[in-house]
Design a protein around this ligand. Structure first.
Ligand code: AKB
Length: 322
């Protein structure tokens, strides 16, 4: 059966690549891209689009009924750095938004729900290297708190109502198609834009601040793989650890320098450093690999090559006004 899908937060970094991938897979009209206020990429407009505030439960319910939705990818969220500036907003969007989507999913008897968790569920007491699936979850950011509570809520809806909620703990995501907004790992995207546009970058994390990261094509692949897995293979309905590569700002800068030898990076850590320091450097994702066959394709060098190859010509023609 071809799913009829609603994607909330479609204009965000994940949505900008996941919506086209879902449309390519299931058909353009099967995917309703919900955006909040942001205009989103023109690509989103190539199929049904709705303006939707996930804090408004009746609006979520209306869209689900109107389109006969059976699956929701609920991506709308406030990320870690914005969440520290506006903790109330992070709680409202991340928690109330998720609760609304789960309640609508229950009432409308939806088939499946996807919800993104994050490496932000971990705090300073989790092992710094290869943080295991069942490490202590004591985050020190509001974003992390909302992700832990959200995971518990997803699992509660599975246990109590039998809802098929599926969930991944994403690492920092790097996309050639959309800029991130308000996260701690955003530097790993900005650095590519700045290298191409200015030949230099001022990094807001320390040079040796290693974090778990992933190229967006891998993240999209993992998301589709988990959502298409046979129910018997999905052994947990809180977040699966998911990993690909771990690198520091100086390591990605060195990789970029292989193609742009004059590229210069300076380091002036800001308040985001404290958030980065509270997260593990790497994640053990063996459960995801074992349960539903997850495997990443992009290492640091392959990702850097692909990012520069995609962004270079696009930014050059934008500069020329083509
Ligand atoms: C952030 O930096 O807040 C996000 C995340 C790791 O979930 N990219």
């Amino acid at each position: 059966m071809t799913p009829k899908i609603l994607v909330t937060g479609s204009a965000g970094q994940i949505g900008a690549e996941l919506v086209p991938a879902l449309r390519a897979r299931y058909g353009r009209d099967q995917i309703v891209a919900a955006i909040h206020k942001a205009a989103g990429s023109p690509l989103l407009r190539e199929g049904p689009v709705e303006t939707l505030n996930v804090s408004d439960s009746s609006a979520v319910s209306r869209v689900v009924r109107q389109y006969g939705i059976d699956t929701v990818y609920h991506l709308a969220a406030v990320l870690s750095a914005t969440g520290e500036k506006s903790p109330d907003l992070a709680w409202e969007v991340n928690m109330q938004g998720l609760k609304n989507v789960l309640d609508v999913a229950r009432q409308a008897k939806l088939r499946r729900v996807f919800w993104p968790s994050s490496i932000a569920v971990f705090g300073p007491d989790a092992p710094r290297k290869n943080a295991p699936q069942n490490a202590p979850l004591n985050p020190t950011t509001m974003y992390g708190v909302s992700k832990v509570a959200g995971e518990l809520l997803c699992n509660y809806y599975f246990l109590k109502y039998g809802m098929d909620v599926r969930c991944i703990r994403y690492p920092g995501l790097i996309s050639s198609e959309a800029l991130p907004g308000g996260g701690t790992t955003d530097y790993a995207v900005e650095i590519f834009y700045s290298a191409i546009q200015k030949g230099s970058y001022s990094c807001f994390l320390e040079k040796n601040s290693t974090l778990p990261m992933m190229y967006m094509p891998d993240a999209v692949e993992a998301t589709l793989k988990l959502m298409e897995a046979e129910p018997s293979k999905v052994k947990r309905h809180s977040g699966y650890n998911l990993a690909a590569i771990s690198f520091s700002p100086e390591e990605v800068a060195a990789e970029i320098r292989k193609q742009m030898p004059a590229f210069k990076v300076t380091y002036s850590p800001d308040q985001r450093q404290k958030i980065a320091d509270s997260w593990p450097m790497s994640i053990d994702d063996s459960e995801a690999r074992r349960d539903w066959g997850w495997a990443h394709r992009f290492d640091l060098s392959k990702m850097t090559g692909d990012m520069l190859a995609r962004l270079g010509p696009r930014l050059a023609s934008a500069q020329k006004g083509v």
